[in-house]
Design a protein around this ligand. Structure first.
Ligand code: 13P
Ligand code: SF4
Length: 341
């Protein structure tokens, strides 16, 4: 059972339809000032939401930003596990998630009870768990990792200690290959990265022979084998920003391309060409995360207006989930850069 309390009742889509024709950006700006709110957004949010945010980043950047903020309210434009992390590390702030039902397929693949059973079956293993999971699963883990710091954290673990890795089996397999560590993997996947097609990637590379391929480690091995760069969303962004190449195939959720284009525009640099990686049918619709897409401008406005949906936890659960998160923050000091946006 998931113990996160989303309170009070969720803003409904009916509320949202009543807002047609309003200048939502202006109204959100008024409300964020009134409530002393900071808006944090992940790179997979719609472009207009990224542009509205005070800070856009990957999971590690956003958890650090939440821990450091002085704002009274954190409006988290991302998915539920990200907003939960913000509440765990910043319990005295109000944390709002525009759509309380914005989940994640990895979180849904790994319920606390079966995860506890998995742990109980491997009592001598250390549980290294990807941040894309519920607070309950975090509370049952030894250390949390993100795609930015997983490799570095695993390299700090004693070599004779066997590892359980959950919930993303592709990220786990990638980390096994990178570190040479033997790991027992939970069989979860991300519905976005899982659908990318190796066949379509090969076709796309043949059509654009100068394009570099940058992919997220949640992709299956077949995709990573054809990639010039593999890393977290922030790392992919840095790779593209710093590369002299003019054309890229992007093996992650396609809204990150908005941030790539914004960076070029701000720097006054010449445009680059970005191709989202397609799925098996050759369409690129699969490179949109349906959970991230649940947040909209209307729901952001309503969340600030109603002070809901709010993330709240029973304190014992928060404290139990905080422990492996603090271990992560401690073990990843100096890893990743806090983008200055
Ligand atoms: P990052 O931490 O790399 O931003 O990844 C988050 C995520 O959900 C990837 O699908
Ligand atoms: Fe979860 Fe995948 Fe969406 Fe990331 S892109 S939030 S891993 S479903």
């Amino acid at each position: 059972m998931i113990n996160t309390v989303i309170s009070p009742a969720l803003a409904t889509s009916m509320d949202a339809t009543l807002l047609a024709g309003r200048d939502l950006e202006a109204e959100i700006n008024q409300l964020r000032r009134k409530r002393n709110a900071v808006i944090l957004a992940h790179y997979y949010q719609e472009g207009e939401i990224q542009d509205l945010a005070d800070f856009v980043g990957d999971s590690l950047d956003l958890s650090r930003k939440a821990a450091a903020t002085k704002a009274d309210v954190i409006l988290f434009c991302g998915v539920r596990f990200m907003a939960e992390v913000a509440k765990i590390v910043a319990p005295d702030r109000t944390v709002l998630l525009p759509d309380g039902l914005a989940g994640c397929s990895l979180e849904e693949s790994c319920w606390p009870e079966p995860f506890k059973h998995f742990r109980d079956q491997h009592p001598d293993h250390i549980a290294v768990t990807y941040i894309n999971c519920s607070a309950e699963v975090k509370a049952l883990s030894d250390v949390i990792v993100t795609s930015s710091n997983a490799e570095a954290i695993i390299r700090q673990l004693p070599e004779d200690e066997p590892i359980l890795f959950a919930p993303d089996r592709h990220l786990g397999a990638y980390l096994q290959r990178k570190t040479g560590r033997k790991m027992t993997l939970w069989p979860g996947t991300c519905i976005v990265h899982e659908q990318f097609s190796e066949h379509e990637l090969i076709k796309l590379k043949a059509q654009h022979p100068g394009a570099l391929v940058a992919s997220h480690p949640e992709c299956p091995e077949g995709i990573l084998l054809h990639s010039d760069f593999v890393g977290s969303t922030s790392a992919i962004l840095n790779f593209v920003n710093q590369s002299d190449a003019r054309e890229f195939i992007i093996g992650t959720e396609q809204h990150i391309i908005h941030q790539m284009e914004s960076h070029l525009k701000k720097a006054g640099a010449p445009a680059k060409i970005f191709h989202p990686l397609p799925g098996a049918d050759g369409s690129c619709s699969c490179s949109r995360c349906p959970f991230m897409a649940m947040n909209t401008m209307e729901k952001i406005y309503l969340a600030l207006l109603n002070n809901a949906p709010r993330i709240e936890f029973p304190e014992p659960l928060r404290l139990a989930a905080l422990k492996p998160l603090e271990r992560m923050l401690e073990m990843s000091k100096g890893i990743g850069v806090m983008p200055k946006n």
